[in-house]
Ligand binder design. Structure first.
Ligand code: ADP
Ligand code: MG
Length: 697
């Protein structure tokens, strides 16, 4: 069927640029089709039925049809805008149909000469002069021009790459080499799992027969048809095989053996004002053990907010430093990185380890200084944002990289880190968010996981109250009373993502409002992200000493702040915060012996998502459960950071819906590597061909 850009125009344009062959190759590459073999796996988005021609008289408005008629006229009209309008009529001259083109070439008009028979395909709508199709596909035919006997596939494509051309190259690629359709799975696997044969599935999906039952048609559209299942299975199998290959490659790589001396870690443990929990002891043993091996560690440390991951990371860092190596500690945001810097500096000051601070906002001179110290190997420990690993930063003796809140880094960033020579260093990733099961089986399957499943002692449960903004005055009174009884309060400003300036203004206004409300009796402090570090520190110290009763804060206090006497938290416009943020914030209270309360002020009306989130945070205090709910509300795509990164991942399988298939593919991968490594190799080659990777940085 003639596509919308007529052949003449197409070749004229391609002559102007480069020979048409190579430009088609470029375009195919643009959609990731670099090998002929990739074409075989390029699957249709949907299908059109061109196998039947409906008589013109039976064409109904609202349907997608193929019909035929004789051209009566084809004229360019100029009102209301330039367009080509063609009228066709059936042989009996009973029924007619208008074809309307708003974009067209002269050749369109030429082929639509009066008297010509045309076959058209498109959506029929109710036009001014009866039924019409806008931009139909059409071709000039004779009465006995054959009809296809298969559904016509519509493929994902890119500008300038016509469906006709795609169909042709795909057909050619399938026919050219029978190896491309050969079965990679052992027969018994196919039989036992009741899978379609690869060749059958591929041929079916590229050219399904017409007149499928409505059930089959629906399964085809929803990608639940057995032909789709086979492709999904193969894709997931390739992913599992690639993960296993990656693990094998990792075990063959050499990272520095970080035996340590115990001197620094012991000194740190003596200096911190607490004893490790049993969970921390266990996790620290696991990590310490990994670091003593030559296989690069890739371990994820999971633990709820406040479970004490930082001290474990610090111990790991010191073991590396004792072994004469350098350590990089990265956090996804400036604030979080700064908190770590301050905490680690205070812990390590007496131990005699100085920390180099690196962040995006550091003045050029200081940045250069830090970079030099790191490059010469003089500075053993760097803390910062991921700017740390951007251009200009080299750490020749890097032995361990620690990544906090790793799930907040996108997949692309993790890949970039992997390319930064981290392959030869040990890696410790930390997260307060548990990995959903399906992700653990797929994209993260290569990681070892340690879990901190115990909270440090001395935490008291926090009572959560949801209060409408309308009762704000009462809350202010209640807070005043609590302060007079010696309690301390965090009052968190509304989050205004669009405008930092507006957020700041709101913070200042809130500070004034509360200062007026509490008079001289209670001192109200203010911290926000725009303050200089020493100002911020001074205010925080005054709050920690108890000189400040109510601390108005923007979300800078989300992480790391530790004031045991603060037992009340008020969060304004709680409906604007994400679940993880609310959980982090609430974790700032309940650290002392007093009963703590978290007041979530919300403004009505609430959106459905906001209502769901507030319900979860009200009902649950378990961070893992909250994270699980968060994923249900947001979906795992967020978790992977894939939406921003654009990294190609699974094309056919869906990690939410295809759980069972994932499990089957995992088992099949093990079995295949055992029974037929060569087939596993062929399978990987077919699906990955060395070009694409299933992330496990
Ligand atoms: P997270 O896991 O959220 O990163 P942190 O490492 O920030 O948690 O620890 C939270 C707080 O608990 C910090 O003030 C930390 O010093 C303290 N802490 C850590 N381990 C213990 C422990 N074993 N006993 C008492 N307090 C601890
Ligand atoms: Mg932390």
């Amino acid at each position: 069927m003639t596509s919308q850009a007529p052949a003449a125009a197409r070749s004229a344009r391609s002559r102007a640029k480069s020979p048409s062959r190579s430009s088609a190759t470029d375009k195919l590459a643009r959609i990731g089709l670099t090998r002929e073999e990739d074409l075989v796996l390029h699957m249709p988005l949907r299908y059109e039925d061109h196998t039947r021609v409906a008589p013109l008289a039976q064409v109904k408005v609202g349907e997608t049809v193929q019909t035929e008629g004789i051209v009566v006229s084809a004229e360019i009209q100029y009102r209301p805008r330039r367009q080509l309008v063609c009228l066709i009529r059936d042989d009996a001259r009973q029924a007619s149909l208008t074809l309307r083109f708003f974009s067209f070439y002269p050749s369109h008009q030429k082929s639509l000469t009066p008297g010509a028979r045309v076959r058209v395909f498109g959506d029929v709508r109710d036009g001014y002069f009866g039924p019409e199709i806008v931009h139909p596909q059409f071709k000039v035919v004779t009465e006995d021009t054959a009809l296809p006997d298969r559904l016509t596939p519509i493929y994902p494509t890119t500008a300038g790459l016509s469906q006709d051309l795609l169909r042709k190259v795909i057909e050619r690629a399938m026919a050219a080499d029978p190896k491309r359709l050969v079965e990679t799975l052992p027969e018994d696997v196919v039989r036992r799992r009741k899978l379609w044969k690869f060749e059958d599935a591929v041929r079916f999906l590229h050219a399904p027969p017409p007149r499928l039952s409505s059930l089959t048609q629906r399964a085809l559209d929803a990608r639940t048809h057995p032909a789709w299942t086979r492709l999904k299975f193969d894709e997931l199998l390739a992913q599992q095989l690639s993960l296993k290959a990656h693990r094998k490659a990792r075990s063959a790589r050499r990272a520095p053996v970080l035996t340590g001396t115990g001197a620094l870690t012991k000194a740190l443990l003596e200096r911190v004002p607490f004893k490790l929990t049993r969970a921390q002891e266990r996790v620290w043993r696991e990590i310490g053990h990994d670091l003593r091996r030559a296989m690069p560690m890739q371990r994820l440390l999971q633990g709820d907010v406040g479970s004490g991951k930082t001290i474990v990371a610090a111990l790991a860092a010191l073991q590396a430093i004792e072994s004469g190596k350098q350590v990089a500690f990265m956090a996804p945001t400036e604030i979080l990185a700064e908190q770590h810097f301050r905490k680690l500096s205070s812990w390590l000051a007496d131990v005699g380890i100085e920390i180099a601070w690196l962040s995006g906002s550091l003045p050029a001179k200081q940045r250069r200084k830090a970079q030099e110290l790191l490059a010469s190997g003089e500075a053993p420990f760097a803390v910062g944002t991921h700017a740390l690993f951007q251009e200009g930063v080299t750490m020749p003796k890097l032995g361990l990289a620690i990544v906090d809140e790793q799930h907040r880094f996108g997949v692309a960033q993790r890949l970039a880190l992997r390319d930064k020579g981290l392959a030869e260093a040990h890696q410790l990733m930390m997260s307060a968010t548990p990995i959903p099961r399906t992700l653990a089986m797929t994209f993260y399957a290569d990681l070892d996981v340690s879990v901190l499943d115990e909270m440090p002692p001395g935490r008291t449960p926090v009572a959560t109250r949801l209060v409408s903004e309308k009762r704000r005055t009462q809350i202010i009174e209640w807070v005043g009373k609590a302060c007079r009884e010696g309690r301390q309060v965090y009052w968190v400003c509304p989050l205004i993502e669009e405008s930092e300036k507006l957020e700041l203004q709101t913070a200042v206004a809130l500070h004034q409002e509360l200062t007026r409300a509490f008079g001289d009796e209670i001192r109200v402090g203010l911290v926000h992200g725009r303050m200089k570090p020493d100002e911020k520190a001074a205010t925080m110290d005054a709050f920690a000493r108890g000189d400040i009763g109510v601390l108005v804060a923007t979300t800078v206090i989300e992480v790391g702040v530790d004031v045991p006497n603060a037992s009340i938290m008020v969060i304004e416009h709680a409906e604007r915060f994400g679940l993880a943020q609310l959980h982090q914030l609430r974790g700032r209270v309940g650290r002392g012996s007093t009963e703590s309360t978290c007041v979530l002020l919300f403004e009505e009306p609430l959106t459905d998502t906001a209502r769901q989130r507030l319900k979860v945070i009200y009902e649950t205090t378990d961070g893992f459960e909250i994270a699980r709910q968060d994923l249900l509300i947001r979906g795992p795509g967020e978790f992977l950071g894939a939406r921003q990164s654009g990294v190609p991942m699974l094309r056919f399988a869906d990690i939410e819906r295809d759980v069972e298939l994932i499990e089957q593919a995992r088992d099949a991968a093990d079995a295949l590597l055992q029974s037929d490594p060569a087939a596993a190799e062929r399978h990987l080659e077919r699906w990955l061909g060395g070009k694409q990777d299933f992330i496990k940085a």
